[in-house]
Design a protein around this ligand. Structure first.
Ligand code: HAM
Length: 421
């Protein structure tokens, strides 16, 4: 046997049902809010991620699957989707006529992190990205979309954490103060923080090592350094969330692990998953389109950790009605042939019908129907068929009735929708 690569996994049919349900619900909400699906490659030039996520981030320093392709060009399996969406927005000059664009994309990402519960090396994200809208209202709307999706999925234990990271005008004043604080706290910081704090001091606020967290407890808060524009923007996001009745906490330590953020950043956290408590993260990245060679367009977005969301929905013992509406018990070869066509015709009408093709006895087919929790069984016996009828049995009430083979699809459909014989 050649086993799976560590941190990669199979998603088996029973679990896939939950994935499909979440994906359907997410797409519906996103499309209702004007998002269009975009599908992007899983591999890009390495420099795209290094430049956008930032050279001194954990993702770029330690976690990317980067390798030279056969011609020696460095390529990377995408660790996130935002950089690719921005690349595509620029490459197709989508800002040319109307810069306002809203995209969503769902798919696998790759980060070579240490695998643990809720953390995989191939994981999936539901991404939403908005270009060309500077208004704080859209930041609030993105958070609303996430919380709305979570409530439709009965995810109860989730909390919105928010912060503002300022802009290129006000952040440098903050980072200077932060660097002064870090210099005083240096003796208690881990080697990673000591190595990279000069290039990226915000990372120190985000470090999970407990001695770093303690040492940074009284670190300056960016909220005290925001310029008027950033401060007003943040106040407007909070105000809009209040109007939408969305609860949030302002978390001055929330700096996110990617460098492109400006102003609003947020994370949705849960108590249901242990250490990997972030189920979604996002924020504004107003400078990224320009930095990667496009027009100067504001942008904002989020990514939901699909695997983590599935785990919560699964823990909630979410029951999916995957049972067949109807099991077709065909007796004899002629009945199997007719039954086969009937199952296909019913599927076209949206009725979930199943059958066994191996000419088993009625008793064993009834047992199978029971095991599959079919709501109805349609018995197609050769003798009844000759008479132009079949028997429909409701599995919960045990009632039976004859149905004419002529017009049977419509007949069954109306019975199933009526939910009684
Ligand atoms: P992120 O915080 O790196 O943000 O990832 C978003 C979500 O992906 C996390 O909250 C988590 O649920 C999930 N996730 C991340 N790593 C793993 C992993 N190894 N295993 C399982 N799930 C994981 C971004 O990726 C940004 N691109 C979000 C964004 C979009 N910002 C603006 N637009």
């Amino acid at each position: 046997m050649i086993p799976l690569i560590r941190g990669f996994r199979d998603i088996l049919p029973d679990e896939v049902k939950i994935w499909q349900h979440i994906e359907k619900t997410a797409k519906k909400i996103l499309e209702d809010f004007g998002f269009k699906e975009i599908r992007l490659p899983v591999m890009e030039r390495s420099e795209l991620f290094a430049r956008s996520i930032g050279e001194n981030t954990d993702i770029v320093e330690k976690e990317m699957y980067t390798f030279p392709d056969r011609k020696g060009d460095l390529v990377t399996l995408r660790p996130e989707a935002t950089a690719s969406v921005v690349r595509s927005y620029i490459q197709h000059k989508m800002y040319a006529q109307d810069p306002v664009k809203k995209f969503y994309t769902i798919g696998p990402m790759f980060r070579r992190e240490r695998p643990q519960k809720g953390r995989f090396r191939q994981f999936y994200q539901i991404n939403a990205e908005v270009f060309g809208i500077a208004s704080p209202l859209i930041d609030a709307q993105l958070i609303f979309i996430i919380t709305n999706l979570f409530s439709r999925l009965n995810v109860e234990d989730s909390h919105v954490h928010m912060n503002s990271l300022g802009c290129p005008d006000c952040r440098p004043v903050f980072t200077k103060n932060l660097l002064d604080f870090i210099a005083r706290a240096a003796k208690n910081l881990c080697s990673d923080c000591l190595r990279r704090h000069k290039k990226n001091p915000l990372r120190v606020l985000d470090c999970k090592v407990s001695s770093c967290r303690e040492a940074m407890f009284d670190a300056p808060s960016i909220a005290d350094f925001l310029c008027n524009e950033c401060s007003n923007h943040f106040a407007a996001v909070k105000n809009a969330l209040n109007r939408l009745d969305i609860k949030y906490v302002v978390d001055k330590r929330l700096v996110r692990g990617l460098d492109y953020y400006t102003r609003t950043t947020f994370e949705v956290q849960t108590g249901s998953l242990g250490a990997q408590n972030a189920i979604a993260g996002g924020g504004r990245y107003d400078g990224l389109v320009k930095m990667l060679g496009g027009a100067d367009q504001p942008a904002t977005g989020f990514a939901i950790g699909f695997d983590r969301l599935v785990e919560i929905v699964r823990q909630n013992k979410y029951k999916l009605s995957a049972e067949p509406d109807l099991f077709l018990a065909a007796l004899g070869e002629k009945s199997i042939d007719i039954g086969f066509e009937l199952v296909c015709a019913l599927a076209l009408k949206g009725i979930r019908a199943e059958m066994d093709f191996s000419d088993k006895s009625l008793k064993s087919q009834m047992k199978l129907a029971d095991r599959l929790c079919a709501r109805y069984v349609l018995i197609l016996g050769e003798k009844e068929l000759e008479e132009g009828s079949a028997v429909l049995r409701c599995m919960s009430t045990k009632e039976q009735k004859a149905v004419a083979v002529n017009g049977i699809v419509e007949n069954i459909k109306s019975i199933i929708n009526r939910k009684c014989l």
